[in-house]
Design a protein around this ligand. Sequence first.
Ligand code: UDP
Length: 252
Amino acid sequence: MEQKMAESSLKYSELFGLKFVTATTREILENLRGRGARKGLSMYTPNLEFFSIARKNPGFGSILERADILVPDGHGILLLSRALGIPIENKIEGASLLMEYAVEGELKVFLFGGKPGVAERAARQLESTGVEIAGTCDGYEKDEGKIIRMIKESHADIVVVALGCPKQETWIDSHAKELGCICIGCGGFLDVVAGDVKRAPAAMRDRGLEWLYRLAKQPFRWRRILPLPFLLLKMVSIGIARGPKAKEYIGL
Ligand code: UDP
């Protein structure tokens, strides 16, 4: 199956079957402008953990393969690409990039996800930076029809979906086309914007040590974080043995 990204003018690099955008933030913004806002676009931000989830859940691998835009998130992807000689140089903060796009293009943003109250507080923060908020909904609302109605009636152009991985990508895969919006999956973005979760200091982020900071602040995450260095080593050795485009991690 050909990934749609190949049809666009964005540069990308293939790593374990996924085509990551390697363009600059500016080039991505221009590409989005060229596509027009209301087309139903899926944008995900894979880190190494996505591969581990996809290995256990092949349906998730197909969802990632069907994505319109995959932006590299997390230092692990950069380390993996460097070790295998694949040109992916920069992490891209996908949600921040879309907020910039929204302000520039005067587009309306709907925030979906997080515990009750988080999206509203994130909305107030984003509004103070010039983002026009179309509406909000917490990530524990059970009535799927109600969520879709709220988004449609809000006339949003962009939907930020922060339900954690793989729930958010699965949701976007089912609804982006029907909504006709740009949908981005972005985990804890709303928690950070609302001020409930602090990001690591820039010096730690630049050195790829955000995982250490998260482990210190949220020790309950150890089960998710500690296997990642081993996953990285395993993927490097598979990539060297079978080539960096080996698809086994996305179950294809
Ligand atoms: N969440 C949600 N609905 C759910 C499960 C999770 O809205 O059914 C939210 C949760 O409150 C948190 C976010 O999804 O705000 C997940 O954040 P995390 O940093 O764990 O994201 P991940 O690392 O999984 O992408």
